[in-house]
Design a protein around this ligand. Structure first.
Ligand code: DMJ
Length: 619
């Protein structure tokens, strides 16, 4: 406890740090009652405390998901920056104008260009897009032949024990879905304790994240009535003409990914129409001097900007590096090359840059094309960039040699500089901050086990076995991070320093928000090795979820995985239905359900078909 309290009172309260702040002593004594040395000491403690708070917020960003998923977990007012809502009242209009100007100011600061020029570019691009539609297909989507997909309906497992487990996972999906439908239908996510909808500001005013994220899981689990309801909702209610800022990354992996998968699984035109409409709305995000997209975009006005906390107006590696698969498929389903061009340009920019020790820093300025702060991570802020290099190579039927080289070079640098072994022999992936190693691994980083396994087969210089070993070691470490907790669920981050191994030491790293990465790695390891321990570990996770996260109306994250009776954060994340339950279901299915020779999963576990012969799918 601090020896004084800081209270926010009206101006002129006699505070020492400006109007509005009044410092009170231990017994509510006014600061003016202290001697000079006492005042000085108090000030010292107070300013130390403030510096610490700022340090924590601005210099320790773990991931865009960490900041957005945790700091912004409470429903926030969406940031609306459009100008033309006639029905708005005066106050709201003024606020919209203010925010519009702020976004433009921030864009101007990063881009160093006049706001009128920025707006001019946005309008010109919109016109070009319309023009393309008019000339190519009279304003409509060109027709597209759909071939039957491979392996989207699996057989029942023969082993009754495996079947029983798989049925249990399907029941979990039904429970999550039914409760979402009952209490939060049409909203983004469910608060399973309060039994109401949850809105994250990541999607602006776009609604229905759980519905779109769940489409393919419902389909492969054979929950056809639920799938029908979901499809009908998409048809009648899914709207993108919203006057609010969205996260390009989140909308891409959940909405674009979810709709693309639904289209490829079913051939239903509604999904193709919707996904192309959404893809076109996202294009203005690339309107920067380098073409490295903004993190945030108002999809109505087309004005973009970056997260205010991201290293001097930088874009984030894991965000702009996790568009490639979906945008390649947007070109595939629309016939418009523009989507693929945008993501190929990101590659070009990255390949022109020097990489410190072969590593990719997490921040890149979209105006100067220069790296920002020296922070490298295979977890939050970096993670799915590496995943998408490998998957771009695989999705191209192994023709995209550039992606292959970038992936294996990056893995080599990661091995040399970030991968370490603890004293008891646990392999982990550390983070690199300004030249120093931080011996911490995030839950998000645990996806890397699956990635190394998936990439092992094509590893150069006979390194297949080595990559598989690495994958197995990461899987083991991540399993340990679960096994060393009371709940048997893993913490958000765990450390290998100060005498601990695979344990979270900071209170704010002990939560679990229904994340999938560890189970994702079990699935890949199972597919490649058929070692029964991976199913056993997956089943441990199911039991832990049932015991700690299942509440009356759905599943919730927990605040402390080391507590015997952890409290709930009251959010049923849409990725729980899209990823965690899907990966579990696949873990207890035969390998011919979504076989890896035909499908790759985007980073939200939405299956996308492998493309052959430039624009011709295998399926
Ligand atoms: C998901 O949205 C995706 O898996 C993303 O790549 C990382 N974060 C969440 C799940 O943890």
């Amino acid at each position: 406890m601090l020896p004084f309290s800081v209270s926010q009172v009206g101006s002129g309260g006699g505070g020492v740090s400006g109007p509005g702040l009044l410092l009170l002593g231990p017994a509510g004594r006014k600061l003016s009652g202290f001697r000079l040395t006492e005042k000085f000491l108090l000030l010292l403690v107070f300013s130390g405390f403030i510096t610490l708070c700022f340090g924590a917020i601005f210099f320790l960003p773990d991931s865009p998901k960490l900041l957005s998923g945790v700091f912004f977990q409470q429903p926030l007012r969406p940031v609306s920056v459009g100008l033309e809502d006639g029905a708005e009242d005066g106050g709201r209009l003024a606020r919209i104008r203010e925010e519009h100007e702020r976004a433009l100011r921030e864009a101007k600061d990063t881009l160093n260009r006049h706001p009128d020029d920025i707006q001019g570019d946005i309008l010109r691009d919109k016109e070009l897009l319309r023009e393309h539609r008019r000339t190519v297909s009279g304003g409509n989507l060109p027709p597209r032949e759909f071939a039957a997909p491979v392996g989207v309906v699996g057989k029942e497992p023969e082993d009754p024990d495996v079947k029983e487990k798989r049925d249990k996972i399907k029941e979990m999906m039904k429970f999550s879905w039914d409760n979402y439908k009952r209490y939060a239908w049409g909203l983004n996510e469910l608060k399973p304790v309060q039994k109401q909808g949850h809105s994250s500001n990541l999607f602006g005013n776009i609604q229905g994240a759980t519905i779109v994220d769940s489409l393919d899981t419902l389909y492969i689990m054979g929950m056809m009535d639920e799938f029908k309801d979901a499809k009908e909702w998409v048809e009648k209610n899914l709207e993108f003409n919203v006057n609010a800022e969205v996260s390009i990354f989140e909308v891409n992996i959940r909405f674009v990914g979810g709709l693309l998968s639904a289209y490829y699984l079913t051939g239903e035109e509604i999904f193709r129409r919707k996904v192309v409409e959404l893809g076109e709305k996202l294009l203005p995000a690339f309107n920067t001097p380098t073409g490295i997209p903004w993190a945030l975009l108002n999809i109505k006005s087309g004005i973009g900007r970056n997260w205010p906390w991201a290293s001097g107006g930088s874009s984030i590696l894991a965000e702009f590096g996790t568009l490639h698969l979906e945008f390649t498929h947007l070109t595939e389903v629309s016939g418009n090359p523009i989507f693929a061009e945008k993501v190929m340009n990101i590659r070009k920019v990255l390949n022109r840059l020097d990489k410190p020790q072969g590593l990719y820093p997490n921040y890149l300025n979209p105006s100067s094309g220069q790296w920002g702060q020296n922070h490298v991570s295979v977890g939050g802020l970096g993670d799915s960039f590496y995943e998408y290099l490998l998957k771009a190579w695989l999705m191209s039927s192994k023709t995209d040699e550039e992606a292959k080289k970038m992936y294996y070079d990056a893995v080599q640098a990661i091995e040399t500089h970030l991968i370490r072994k603890s004293s008891s022999g646990l392999t982990y992936i550390a983070e690199w901050k300004g030249g120093l190693l931080e011996h911490k691994m995030g839950h998000l980083t645990c996806f890397a086990g699956g990635m190394f396994a998936l990439g092992a087969d094509s590893a150069p210089e006979d390194k297949t076995g080595h990559h598989m070993e690495l994958a197995a070691e990461i899987a083991r470490t991540c399993h340990e991070s679960y096994d060393r907790t009371t709940t048997k669920l893993g913490p958000e981050a765990f450390r290998f320093d100060g005498g601990v191994e695979a344990i979270a030491t900071r209170q704010n790293e002990k939560y679990y928000i229904l994340r999938p990465e560890v189970i994702e790695t079990y699935l890949y390891m199972w597919r490649f090795t058929h070692d029964p321990k991976y199913r056993q570990w997956g089943w441990e996770a199911v039991q832990a979820l049932e015991k700690n996260c299942r509440v009356e109306a759905g599943y919730s994250g927990v605040r402390d995985v080391y507590a015997a009776n952890p409290s709930h954060d009251d959010v049923q994340q849409s990725f729980f239905l899209a990823e965690t339950l899907k990966y579990l279901y696949l873990l207890f299915s035969d390998d011919d359900l979504l076989p890896l020779e035909h499908w790759i999963f985007n980073t939200e576990a939405h299956p996308l078909p492998i493309i052959i012969d430039k624009g011709k799918r295998t399926i």
